[in-house]
Ligand binder design. Structure first.
Ligand SMILES: Cc1ncc(COP(=O)(O)O)c(C=O)c1O
Length: 449
């Protein structure tokens, strides 16, 4: 095949074996005209040779293979794109805030957003905060947790970093379960000592961890149970919003999450006193104008982010449905494919116990001489598919912490998952063609192992 044409295929992200027709309908992005679709490939008049015709909305353009390569950016299949669902709604709320001349410090929008979240999450108390990391820090301080906190190393570093920054708290890491990636309840039970002050599990990838067993463990041992529920907006467990379990939970509204305020998060709890203490902590601990009741910090969510949150609440259900379609595409693909080296948490997708938000699609790659997670990651990347190696390294394997905490006993499941899991992109903006491209890229990468 003419190398020029071969490059054309490569650039459009399609296998050359499909012939030129396989390029038809491909979405491409032009540096100046934006998103377009290849509608025809044929020979141009006046000896122009091969011509690629691309339609940009109403406008059609023709390119030689050379120009095509030069001027088109290959589509990148990124993990997620931020939810932006009602720009007008956002702008009009921001204008209102500007007119009121009120931008932060528990303004109208903060109140409106808190109320809307309470409804959405069916929760008694919801406090928007600057981010989930600060939410964890706030809870640990407001609950006056001092001593050992049992948590997991297979998580985003923020879980540990929040613990690190609370005076008098020592994290105790326990292993996770291969079934749901979250805290192993047996391991947690064994780790409890007279110094244990709280249990802090994580709902990894938005899959509920072993909440029933952890809740009864916490009850039996009279320990606070705080969930890092950062990726869990929209997740339910046995009919209840997941953040209503335990003593308190923290959600993240970071731009990478299924629901976003750009940066942001929320503390969800059932106890009024705890809510009030958290509210005090995120406002420097100051009550009124002159009374400092607590050595608090600043974690308030400002009015502009609340405006974005209110606007985005209108579009989040649709985004969750779209994410579900992407995951269903992957599930269907894996059900008819045979990759002995790849497994995925099929049971979790079939369980009636929970409703998921489809925030991630983790696959576990069994390592061999020819293939492992990192090889697959690299091959997919070369094809424009940006899967992620969440969570590598674990917080007990990162050299940065060596000076801060003692060496921990090996936690084999966490270590194995951290080396073997690859999260495929789940982006609500993917259509069927995108999903098809991603699974083809995966099959291709596995096939050439
Ligand atoms: C499990 C977990 N905890 C905490 C965080 C921190 O969230 P934020 O960026 O809102 O501080 C994240 C963010 O990715 C997370 O995945």
């Amino acid at each position: 095949m003419d190398p020029d044409i071969e490059k054309l295929f490569d650039h459009a992200g399609v296998a050359a074996e499909g012939g030129l027709e396989a390029l038809l309908g491909r979405r491409v992005t032009h540096q100046a005209f934006g998103a377009g679709k290849i509608v025809d490939i044929g020979t141009g008049g006046q000896g122009q040779g091969l011509i690629v015709r691309v339609q940009f909305g109403e406008v059609g353009k023709e390119f030689s293979p050379d120009e095509f390569r030069r001027q088109f950016l290959r589509k990148q299949y990124v993990m997620n794109q931020p939810l932006i669902s009602n720009v007008e709604g956002f702008v009009s709320r921001v204008k209102d805030a500007f007119e009121r001349k009120w931008l932060t410090n528990f303004g109208h929008l903060h109140e409106e957003f808190s109320d809307a979240l309470r409804d959405e999450l069916d929760a008694p108390y919801v406090l928007p905060v600057t981010n989930a990391t600060f939410g964890l820090l706030t809870l640990l301080n407001a609950m006056e947790i001092r001593g050992e906190v049992i948590t997991v190393p297979f998580t985003f570093p923020a879980t540990y970093h929040a613990l690190f920054h609370v005076a008098g708290v020592t994290p105790v890491f326990v292993d996770v379960s291969e079934r749901n990636f979250g805290m192993d309840a047996e391991a947690a039970a064994e780790a409890i000592t007279e110094n244990t002050a709280a249990i802090l599990p994580v709902h990894v990838y938005g899959f509920p961890c072993d909440v029933d067993r952890l809740a009864s463990l916490a009850r039996e041992r009279n320990l606070p149970l705080i969930f890092d529920a950062a990726p869990c907006f929209g997740v339910k467990y046995k009919g209840t919003t997941i953040t209503n379990l335990g003593d308190a939970s923290v959600l993240s509204f970071h731009a990478t999450k299924v629901f976003t305020t750009a940066e942001g998060g929320a503390i969800v709890c059932r106890d009024r006193e705890l809510y009030e203490r958290c509210k005090l902590f995120i406002n420097f601990g100051i009550q009124g104008e002159q009374t400092v009741e607590m050595v608090g910090l600043n974690g308030k969510m400002d009015e502009l982010r609340c405006a974005l949150g209110l606007a985005n609440l209108e579009g989040v259900d649709l985004a969750l449905k779209r994410r579900r379609r992407v995951v269903e595409y992957y599930l269907e693909f894996f059900s008819r494919s045979d990759f002995p080296a790849i497994s995925y948490p099929q049971d979790l997708y079939q369980s009636q116990d929970h409703e998921l938000n489809y925030s991630y699609f983790p696959v576990v790659v069994e390592a061999s001489k020819e293939m492992d997670r990192d090889i697959l990651y690299k091959r997919l990347r070369e094809k424009g598919v940006f899967a992620r190696t969440y969570y590598y390294p674990t917080v007990i394997d990162s050299p940065i912490y060596e000076d801060y905490h003692p060496q921990y006993a090996e936690l084999p499941v966490a270590e194995k998952l951290s080396k073997n899991v690859l999260c495929l992109p789940v982006n609500p903006n993917f259509d069927e063609t995108d999903c098809e491209y991603i699974v083809e890229a995966l099959a291709d990468s596995m096939g050439s192992a």
